[in-house]
Write a protein that binds this ligand. Sequence first.
Ligand SMILES: [Zn+2]
Length: 109
Amino acid sequence: MFAVKSARLVISNDGEELLELTVEPWADIHRIPPKGTCVVVTHSPAEEDAWGGTSYGDEPFEVEHRPDSVTVWANGHCFHLSDREGNLIEEGAYGGGCPARNPATRRRS
Ligand SMILES: [Zn+2]
């Protein structure tokens, strides 16, 4: 079984206006409606000590907040955006693809 690390970040819009969510470094923009919630998931191969997008340990995400928008940096190899029920909204990955879905392409010598 191919092991991957997985991290989930739940973002809820508790305001009255649309909240703009940007997932970096893919620059993927999604708008969360008032009272809406979405989940950002990122994966990294388990054999890597740190999350690839950061030089600090154990930081799968970084969040930058502005008055009407929020930017999430996903430090794994990919991101998956879904609602709380797990319905996929958007996803992206670096060249090697998502390590949770394409284990063959992640093999290293
Ligand atoms: Zn993934």
